[in-house]
Write a protein that binds this ligand. Structure first.
Ligand SMILES: Cc1ncc(COP(=O)(O)O)c(C=O)c1O
Length: 481
């Protein structure tokens, strides 16, 4: 088992000879940091992290893509819908030689410039009620004053220094996260996004048991980078280079099939969303989660709970899997963790032992990211946002279920999917352009996905329901004429 492959950010060890001067406090610090003599002996450990960084492709499409946007593209098959999308290529003058964006996002012709609470405002001052939280990212609300103040203060003091120095903000963040989530005994590794969190979780799993087969689920989504996209059920976003290991696909909640496969004892990891998001808000059953956790422990298969979308209080619990009372080996987080500031993490069961250089990241856990992460947790706690998500989510769910055109409402807290008896693309468009409400889609075209800030009030929930009813009645009228 190697602990050195493919890791970008070992604290910079300039030269073995340089760490030998006991007079220099910095050198003493270096010696303290390098406690494992193995680390000094392996020439790979002495690589300048910068060299490894340089190999990374700055154009990585992961940075430019978001599943929801592509999903939106699939939904918008009606040419009328497509007219509402601004294609930057159409606007280009062939003589124009300025750099263009790599055109991977279909865009709504709306330009939010400011946000406050559950609203964003465009450049003309038009307010939009945000029932989508910018892909489930806005947890504590747009422009929360405590968040703004904490991030601003950190920006002025020190936004970044590398992971080779003491950063007490990381410990403070881990402590607060442990306290609020009830996962105090887990360890925290900080990174920058959901895909990166899953990437690191899969890598940790393989470090642990030396295996490579992974169980994943139909309709599951885990990100767009190499291993994360491999376990995502969407071949159209996988390139040949992503086909690096075998994935065993199962239907969500097919307990018998999954247990039979785990019993062979050769599976590295099982990765599952706390609540399937892009797949259409499908919940793993409590009994299913309990059965797979037991089998994973018995077979030394690492259970990875992807809480990137469903975590951070969205379900009304800190993590959606907590409904089942299980203890996964690894829990991945991002989205709501930073309320818009890019931050992700892996919560790692105490059984896993860290080794220098095993994982790493240049930006992960920066001072600024930690300040944003701490502000989010402080507001979740002080404003009791988990409780609010449970209460307002329960209310919305019940009210949506009463609507005539709604077949089913799935989900928990403020992660809801309302399935209609018709595809929702036109409904979403009318909500956005006529009623000024952002909502989300899912891979099932009849599902409207709702992921508002966790601070959504009862009045805002009622306003949304009113606007939805208005659009539905207009659509009904249009149909009957
Ligand atoms: C469940 C889940 N996992 C992982 C990801 C990937 O996160 P990111 O886009 O931050 O890489 C997403 C993004 O939508 C997600 O919903």
């Amino acid at each position: 088992m190697s602990n050195t492959s493919n890791q970008p950010d070992i604290p910079d060890i300039p030269d073995v000879q340089d760490v030998q001067d006991p007079q220099d406090p910095q050198d003493i610090q270096d010696i303290q940091d390098i406690q494992d003599p193995q680390d000094l002996q392996d020439p790979q450990d002495l690589q300048d992290p910068q060299d490894l960084q340089d190999i990374q492709d700055p154009q990585d499409p992961q940075d430019l893509q978001d599943p929801q946007d592509l999903q939106d593209l699939q939904d918008l098959q009606d040419p009328q819908d497509l007219q509402d999308l601004q294609d930057p290529q159409d606007l280009q003058d062939p003589q124009d030689t300025t750099m263009k964006l790599f055109n991977v996002y279909p865009l709504f012709d709306i330009q939010p410039v400011r946000g406050e609470g559950c609203y964003v405002y465009d450049e003309k001052g038009q307010a939009y009620l945000d029932l989508y939280g910018g892909h489930a990212v806005i947890s504590i609300g747009h422009g929360h004053p405590h968040y703004v103040e904490r991030v601003k203060a950190q920006l002025e003091a020190l936004p970044f220094y590398s992971n080779s120095v003491q950063n007490p903000l990381q410990e403070a963040l881990a402590e607060k996260l442990g306290q609020l989530s009830g996962c105090e005994d887990y360890q925290l590794f900080l990174c920058n996004s959901g895909a990166e969190a899953n990437e690191n979780a899969l890598k940790l799993a393989s470090f642990r048991n030396g295996r490579s087969k992974v169980i994943a689920f139909r309709q599951g989504f885990h990100g767009r980078t190499s291993a994360a996209v491999r376990v995502t059920d969407n071949p159209s976003i996988q390139a040949v280079i992503n086909h690096g290991f075998e994935v065993l696909w199962y239907e969500l909640n097919d307990t018998e099939a999954v247990l039979n496969r785990l019993a062979k004892g050769d599976v590295c990891a099982l990765i599952i969303e706390g609540i399937q998001g892009i797949g259409g808000i499908y919940m793993p059953k409590v009994e299913f989660l309990r059965a797979i956790q037991k089998a994973c422990v018995e077979q030394d298969t690492v259970l990875i709970l992807d809480e990137v979308q469903s975590g951070y209080g969205r379900s009304g619990h800190f993590f959606a899997f907590q409904l089942a009372g299980i203890q996964p080996h690894l829990i991945t987080v991002a989205k709501g963790m930073g309320n818009g500031f890019p931050i992700g993490g892996v919560l790692i069961h105490p059984e896993f032992e860290a080794k220098y250089g095993m994982l790493g990241s240049t930006f992960g856990g920066s001072h600024l990211a930690c300040a944003a992460g701490l502000a989010v947790l402080e507001v979740i706690e002080s404003e009791q946002l988990m409780k609010n998500a449970a209460t307002i989510g329960g209310y919305l769910k019940a009210e949506l279920a009463k609507m005539e055109q709604v077949r089913e409402v799935r989900g928990e807290g403020l992660m809801l999917g309302a399935e209609f008896d018709f595809p929702v693309a036109a409904l979403r468009k009318a909500l956005l352009f006529e009623e000024h409400v952002f909502t989300g889609s899912a891979s099932c075209p009849k599902t409207l996905r709702l992921l508002p800030p966790l601070s959504l009030s009862r009045q805002e929930a009622d306003l949304f329901l009113e606007k939805l009813a208005t659009v539905l009645s207009k659509m009904l009228k249009a149909q009957s004429t």
